[in-house]
Design a binder for this molecule. Structure first.
Ligand SMILES: Nc1ncnc2c1ncn2[C@@H]1O[C@H](COP(=O)(O)OP(=O)(O)O)[C@@H](O)[C@H]1O
Ligand SMILES: CC(C)(COP(=O)(O)O)[C@@H](O)C(=O)NCCC(=O)O
Length: 320
């Protein structure tokens, strides 16, 4: 993360090499139960359990400290208001940003598993922003199919209404669902979020600001609803490799399904399929990374910088 912090003293972040960070979790490194190990191993990505112990276990402990503190603050505020303001604590929201294919979904799933183990957060839910993309029908109509994932391809109003409902303590809040198989939002499909202790809200766009309206109306940013934010980072060339690898693996698996939007790519030669993947990366995802995603990195509370093999090399965390 050299380009991030020439001098830590004058940076809002502290920087830790992975080995140093791993030391913070030393006292809890052996505490994963067989069950937890089994659940983590059963995820369809090959998760390196040493990496979970080295990086993510202590990260989950630190996050749980933030959650506990916010729960204490909630109780103190109730006392302050003489218990006039009743109700339950609203979910602690963790926003997770980063490029397409950098590993957001995988990291979010690992953290979800680990966070449920801490007493302050037995219920952790996970929602991805792709459900808030406009349906393909709308994207085609507005000539945005080549801009899927760019700010204008999302229904930001729906996204903000969802987060606002969560943060107002509403039960059973519904989020729309996206299918990577059909490459489209699934009509009539929702996930229901019912007052979890933590909501992990993951997507490329979650730290993006937006233009302020000229009419003076109140328009929050998505990140205004976050209690903590994480940016998953890696060098462009490495993310590029992960994107192509994932695409080529999907060509062998999910794309074979005749229902898959990309089914036709499973019939192409390897070279032709690779050329398609390279095109999608260069014309959509890399462009989006440079224009709209990477510029949001300095807004995160914590940055995980990964290197080859998805191994975390450095952790940056905001000084309090
Ligand atoms: N910690 C990890 N260990 C091994 N593979 C990973 C890890 N994180 C991500 N991957 C792989 O990298 C690719 C991109 O990850 P994914 O979580 O789908 O990214 P995103 O949600 O950011 O698009 C996938 O093929 C996934 O299996
Ligand atoms: C659906 C995505 C925009 C990611 O959305 P997110 O969950 O981060 O909001 C992305 O995976 C995608 O499909 N990009 C379009 C180009 C491509 O097919 O790779």
């Amino acid at each position: 993360m050299d380009q991030l912090a020439p001098t830590e003293k004058y940076s809002p972040y502290w920087f830790f090499k992975a080995e140093h960070w791993a030391g913070f979790g030393a006292d809890m490194s052996m505490t994963l139960t067989q069950d937890e190990v089994a659940r983590l191993s059963s995820m369809y990505e090959p998760i390196d359990l040493d990496e979970v112990r080295r990086i993510y276990l202590s990260l989950s402990r630190l996050l749980s400290a933030h959650v506990e503190t916010s729960q204490q603050l909630f109780r103190q505020r109730q006392r302050f208001f003489n218990s006039e303001k009743k109700g339950t604590k609203t979910p602690f929201i963790i926003g997770m940003a980063g490029s397409v294919a950098v590993g957001k979904s995988t990291t979010a799933r690992i953290l979800k598993e680990l966070l449920t183990r801490w007493p302050s957060s037995p219920k952790v839910d996970l929602v991805t922003t792709d459900g808030f993309l406009h349906p393909n029908e709308v994207l085609r109509r507005d000539n945005l199919m080549e801009r899927k994932g760019f700010p204008d391809s999302y229904d930001v109003g729906a996204l903000l209404r969802f987060l606002s409902a969560i943060k107002s303590g509403q039960p059973n809040v519904r989020a729309p669902v996206y299918s990577h198989l059909t490459y489209d939002v699934m009509p009539g499909e929702f996930v229901t979020v019912d007052r979890p202790d933590i909501l992990i809200f993951e997507g490329i766009n979650v730290l993006q600001p937006r233009e302020l309206p000229k009419d003076g109306n109140f328009v929050p940013f998505v990140s205004d609803f976050f209690d903590f934010s994480i940016y998953i980072d890696a060098d462009e060339q490495i993310i590029h490799e992960w994107y192509i690898d994932r695409f080529m693996r999907l060509r062998e698996t999910a794309f074979r399904n005749p229902q898959s939007f990309f089914h036709r790519y499973s019939q192409l030669s390897e070279d032709a399929a690779r050329a398609i993947a390279e095109g999608l990366w260069a014309n959509i995802n890399l462009k989006n990374l440079r224009e709209n995603i990477l510029p949001t990195r300095p807004r995160a509370d914590l940055i995980l910088k990964k290197g080859a093999g998805h191994l975390v090399e450095e952790v940056a965390i905001r000084k309090l």
